[in-house]
Design a protein around this ligand. Structure first.
Ligand code: PGA
Length: 261
C-alpha cells in the first residue's frame, strides 16, 4: 500500500483525479470503478473540469459503480444512479450504455448480480477502483463480517451506516435496510485501487484497516493484500496511525518518477 498524507481533502481528491486522467490518456478505453458518498465528489468536480478545460475524453471509458440501494427508484435523489448523473455523468461525454450501476429494482436479483460480474469481466476488468470507507471499515457496502472473497450480492446495512447516510434522505424517509454491492473479491480484482478518507470520523477505521489484523470485522483491512493500492488521507483521517511518521518519510523519499504530478 502507498499511504499518502495530504494537507486536505481537496488536494487528495485532486491527486486521485490526476491518477484517473493519466489512466484515460494512456488507455482511452479505461474501465473505472466509481464510488458515491460525500468523499469522492471533489474528484468528480476535478474530472468535469479536466473534461471542460483540457478536453479529457470519456467517450470510450466504461464505468462500474460499487453499489445501490435495493428498491430505490433511480429517480430518487438518494439513489446512486441519480447521484452519479448529477455529480458526473451528465457533465462529461460518456455514452449511457458504457455506464453500469447495480439496478436496485432488478426483478431477479441474483441473476442481475451475476450479470454485473460478467459485464465487468466482459469489459476487461476494472483498471482503477475509487473507494471511500465507512466508519466501521466497509468498502462498497461490504459491512463488517462480509466474506473477504464475496462477489456482487445483497447486503444488510449496519445501523451506523443507515445513520451516517440519513443526510441524503428527507427527514420523513427511511434509509433502506438493503443494498446491492460489488463484493470484496470483486473489488480486489481491480488493477489499481484508490482509497480516499478525510476527517476524524474515519481515523479509527483507517488505523484498523491499514495497521490492524486482516479481518472480516474491518472489511477494508483486505486492502493489505492488494498489490497496487494508494491510500489518500488528510491529517485528521491519518491521526490514529501508529506509523504516520514512517508513511511521511517514505513519501518524501520517493523517486521523482514514482509521484503522480
Ligand atoms: P462518505 O461515505 O464518503 O459519505 O463518508 C463513504 C462510505 O460509506 O464508503
Amino acid at each position: 500500500m502507498e499511504i499518502i498524507i495530504v494537507p486536505d481533502a481537496q488536494s487528495g481528491c485532486a491527486y486521485a483525479a490526476r491518477m484517473i486522467e493519466k489512466l484515460i490518456v494512456r488507455k482511452p478505453k479505461a474501465v473505472l470503478g466509481l464510488a458515491t458518498g460525500s468523499t469522492p465528489i471533489p474528484v468528480y468536480q476535478n474530472l468535469i473540469e479536466k473534461h471542460q478545460k483540457n478536453n479529457l475524453d470519456f467517450s470510450q471509458v466504461t464505468t462500474f459503480n460499487l453499489d445501490e440501494y435495493l428498491g430505490l427508484d433511480p429517480s430518487h435523489p438518494a439513489s446512486y444512479r441519480y447521484f452519479m448523473r448529477e455529480n458526473l455523468f451528465s457533465k462529461i461525454n460518456i455514452p449511457e450504455n458504457q455506464i453500469h450501476i447495480p439496478d436496485g429494482l432488478a426483478h431477479d436479483i441474483s441473476a442481475h448480480c451475476a450479470e454485473y460480474e460478467a459485464d465487468i469481466l466482459k469489459a476487461g476488468g476494472i483498471d482503477l477502483q475509487l473507494l471511500g470507507i465507512g466508519g466501521e471499515g466497509h468498502i462498497g457496502f461490504n459491512e463488517p463480517s462480509s466474506s473477504l472473497t464475496s462477489r456482487t450480492r445483497v447486503k444488510t446495512l449496519i445501523p451506523r451506516t443507515r445513520e451516517d447516510n440519513k443526510r441524503f434522505f428527507k427527514p420523513n424517509e427511511e434509509v433502506p435496510h438493503h443494498v446491492l454491492t460489488m463484493g470484496i473479491g470483486t473489488i480486489m480484482e481491480a488493477r489499481t485501487i484508490v482509497l480516499l478518507a478525510f476527517g476524524a470520523a474515519k481515523a479509527e477505521a483507517i488505523a484498523r484497516s491499514l495497521e490492524g489484523p486482516l479481518t472480516a470485522r474491518i472489511p477494508a483491512s483486505i486492502l493489505q493484500m492488494h498489490q497496487n493500492t494508494v491510500v489518500l488521507l488528510d491529517e485528521a483521517a491519518a491521526s490514529k496511525l501508529e506509523m504516520i511518521d514512517y508513511y511521511r518519510y517514505v513519501y518524501e523519499n520517493k523517486c521523482d518518477w514514482q509521484r503522480v504530478k
